[in-house]
Design a protein around this ligand. Structure first.
Ligand SMILES: Cc1cc2nc3c(=O)[nH]c(=O)nc-3n(C[C@H](O)[C@H](O)[C@H](O)COP(=O)(O)O)c2cc1C
Length: 144
């Protein structure tokens, strides 16, 4: 069974809600999904054995939340070159946080990135739920 890690940081709650929706959709495809707060990713073993890693963060002050840097410090010690990668993020004005994370995962970690980042600019409801479903499907499809 394929295994996916969703690692996220959150300030208020939207990013966590999106993580839950993504996981729900992936699990309905028979995938094993682990959701972890970013502060649980502390060493290489925390990223081992996943077929895909999906990172989520709000945009704060034009970037990812600072805690995401800890994730990348660990990720850079692991060979993730054939691992599928995805990024999702919540924001209100701009999309810089997820885009920066996407670039690092694609260009520095050389991960097999899915599409563009999933950007959620409002509450996680209605169309945003459909967007999460579509993004989850794209990640699952990339595994096959
Ligand atoms: C201190 C702070 C700084 C923020 N900076 C930005 C920003 O630069 N660009 C943006 O689009 N949204 C910004 N936001 C809005 C958050 O990205 C948005 O509220 C997000 O959905 C919060 O995610 P969460 O509910 O998962 O914590 C900021 C929010 C806070 C509290």
């Amino acid at each position: 069974m394929a295994k996916i890690l969703i690692a996220y940081e959150v300030d208020v709650g939207r990013t966590q809600a999106a993580a839950g929706l993504l996981a729900e959709k992936m699990r309905s495809s028979g995938i094993s999904v682990t959701i972890e707060h970013i502060n649980k990713i502390n060493d290489e073993t925390d990223l081992a054995g996943y077929d895909a890693i999906v990172l989520g963060s709000p945009t704060v002050l034009g970037g990812m939340m600072p805690e995401i840097n800890g994730f990348f410090t660990v990720a850079k010690k692991v060979d993730l070159e054939s691992t599928v990668g995805g990024v999702f993020g919540t924001s209100e004005i701009n999309e810089e946080g997820p885009k920066k994370a996407f670039d690092i995962m694609k260009n520095e970690l050389k991960m097999e990135m899915v599409d563009e980042p999933l950007i959620i600019e409002r509450h996680v409801s209605g169309g945003e739920i459909n967007d999460c479903d579509d993004y989850a499907k794209k990640i699952v499809a990339k595994l096959n």
